[in-house]
Design a protein around this ligand. Structure first.
Ligand code: GCO
Ligand code: MG
Length: 405
């Protein structure tokens, strides 16, 4: 089962995706997601120039050895570019192993721990009322857990609440450069309590509510927010503060029982070892694409399980259906799976590139029992959507200071 070719694609059906295809001498191939939002070409170069040549002729079955070879063997460990490249290789190799064994990847991990995967959907709006209207529509569709985000009155743009008004590229104009947003903690606090007070009243107690702060608060401000939101019983508060200094989460913990989640930018267990070990968070939100693939995620998930921390993988639109499939297999298996973020795949262009058959019913996702990951990638369709440079926005305080993200 030797590796014959490693192909790398950067395509843009609405937003950029980096996709890897590993082809073996037998003709069986596997696919992986290496998308790193705003830094796509760096990962593509890492794969094409530095990684692919080392893989030709290796046995595709040696997933762990290849992972260690790419992680330990190169001297430069960790880092988002490196780990996204390793992740895609790892996913593609699990896909191949599943196809050879004629089993879905979750079976190779140890089988199912549950019948389906609980999801949380996004309700985002230009104001509190339109956010809550969207939340009600999601409840009607059967979702049992909803993330509420609303624009902040008095600030020009709020991240992640553009709704249907503009698409990602329109926002960046014809000469893409990072858009800039303004942040004010004071203005945010005025909005957020209102959002959850009204939201809980309108949606009742049977719907789980969640919220993402995108790391805009300091630890003591997060502590205040956690306390403020306690009456509304959140499933979790995500990315309240940056945790480069992992001890800083103690400040939040000391003050509030609101459950905490973090991890969508993490690359390895080392980024969250301390947070998990000290039980400073309740959910770890790493993604297969950014944390070393299925192999990397399994390590984080198992370590989290020992410390009563659940998994809640990242599921933003910049993660391709290949990453979502990897999460489905991990989530079906992991004894400590909590919830999966889900924004849906209703972009027609994207669905011509990636064929998948995820189904969603009553707020739960299911996959059919296909060998491997169960997702395919159409090279020809991808060639119709060439790469377009784009950036994530930069956040500044009202006085112009660059702020956290
Ligand atoms: C989420 C995220 C996303 C990210 C985006 C960055 O929870 O879904 O915070 O909105 O910001 O994936 O690339
Ligand atoms: Mg987030």
């Amino acid at each position: 089962m030797n590796i014959k070719q490693v192909k790398v694609f950067v395509s843009s059906p609405g937003r950029n995706f980096v996709t890897v295809k590993i082809i073996t001498e037998s003709g069986i191939y596997g696919v992986g997601d290496a998308t790193l939002n705003g830094r796509e070409m760096a990962v593509a170069a890492m794969l094409e120039e530095h990684i692919a040549p080392c893989l030709i002729g290796r046995n595709a079955h040696d997933i762990e050895d290849i992972w260690q070879y790419l992680y330990k063997g190169v001297y430069w460990r960790r880092g988002p570019v490196n780990m996204a490249a390793i992740a895609a290789i790892d996913m593609a190799l699990w896909d191949i192993k599943g196809k050879v064994a004629n089993l879905p990847v979750y079976q190779l991990l140890g089988g199912k721990s549950r019948k389906g995967v609980n999801l949380y959907a996004h309700a985002s709006g230009e104001d509190v009322d339109s956010t809550l209207e969207k939340a009600q529509e999601l409840v009607k569709k059967g979702f049992k857990a909803i993330r509420l985000q609303s624009a902040i009155p008095g600030l020009s743009v709020t991240y992640g609440v553009l709704g249907d008004k503009k698409d990602y590229f329109e926002l960046q104009g014809s000469r893409p450069l990072p858009p800039e947003e303004t942040w004010s903690t004071a203005k945010y606090f005025d909005m957020v309590e209102n959002l959850f007070a009204k939201g809980r009243e309108l949606l009742g107690n049977d719907i789980h509510l969640l919220h993402d702060v995108h790391s805009r608060l300091t630890p003591i401000e997060s502590a205040r927010l956690g306390k403020l939101l306690e009456p509304y019983n959140l499933l979790f508060l995500e990315d309240a503060s940056i945790a480069e200094n992992q001890n800083s989460y103690d400040v939040i913990r000391q003050h509030t029982t609101t459950p905490l989640a973090i991890g969508e930018t993490y690359n390895t267990l080392w980024d969250c070892k301390n947070l998990i070990e000290e039980q400073r968070v309740d959910y770890i939100r790493a993604a297969a694409t950014h944390a070393g693939g299925i192999t990397g995620m399994r390590r984080i998930g198992d370590f989290a399980n020992v410390h009563n921390v659940k998994t809640a993988p990242h599921g933003a639109p910049d993660l391709s259906p290949i990453c979502f499939a990897a999460h489905m297999h991990l989530n079906l298996h992991a004894p400590n799976f909590g919830i999966q973020e889900f924004v849906g795949f209703d972009n027609a262009g994207l669905n011509t590139l990636f064929s998948h058959d995820f189904t969603v019913e009553n707020g739960m996702a299911f996959i059919p029992d296909k060998p491997g990951l169960g997702v395919d990638f159409n090279e020809e369709a991808a060639s119709k959507y060439p790469y377009k440079r784009s950036y994530l926005p930069v956040s500044r305080l009202e006085d112009g200071t660059v702020w956290n993200w």
